[in-house]
Design a protein. Structure first.
Length: 188
């Protein structure tokens, strides 16, 4: 729904406008939350979706329910979302509704790379070394948080040997921070 955060009222209005446009095409809703876990398709079961979040310490809050991306894809994103908003969207769009997460992005990067996507105050991170090695969503309110997260990542991975891809709402400060850790930085 345009990659924006909505109040309940503005979400209702946007959903109503989209519903009036009609059509049978799927309606994609990007869920931006640090309560996101990636699950291999073979391990995913809709009836236990909330358990994936609980086990990772990011269980649904009192007013949240688990939602998930397309379970036919190789990796499924399980996310906590506001129950009232999900109910309203399901009422409007039924089976056309599809949930997605930035953590499912597959940027075109070298086999050994780290990807960072800043979305508001959330940082989506993926590290590849021949395959996906690490994926997480963390709060990031500015350059100091970003530098701290880079420092922690550098303790786990030899970042100087990796390329870095950056996307989303990143401004000059995160790019400058990346230069201290990576030799090659690309927009992804």
């Amino acid at each position: 729904m345009g990659g924006h955060s909505f109040s309940a009222e503005s979400l209702r209005a946007a959903a109503e406008k989209l519903a009036q446009a009609g059509g049978k095409a799927p309606v994609g809703v990007e869920v931006l939350t640090e309560k996101t876990q990636l699950v291999p398709r073979e391990e995913f079961a809709a009836e236990t979706a909330g358990a994936y979040l609980r086990v990772a310490g990011t269980g649904c809050g009192a007013h949240e329910i688990p939602v998930w991306s397309d379970p036919a894809r190789p990796v499924v994103a399980v996310m906590a979302a506001d129950a009232e908003a999900v109910g309203m969207l399901r009422e409007k769009f039924g089976g056309r509704l599809r949930f997605v997460s930035p953590l499912l992005s597959e940027p075109a990067l070298p086999p050994r790379a780290a990807w960072f996507s800043l979305r508001g105050e959330l940082l989506y991170i993926k590290v590849y070394d021949g395959g996906l090695q690490f994926a997480e969503v963390v709060p990031c309110t500015g350059g100091e948080d970003f530098r701290f997260l880079l420092e922690r990542l550098s303790a786990a991975f030899p970042l100087a040997d990796f390329a870095a891809g950056i996307s989303g709402d990143a401004g000059p400060e995160p790019v400058k921070a990346l230069k201290g850790y990576f030799k090659k930085i690309v927009c992804a």
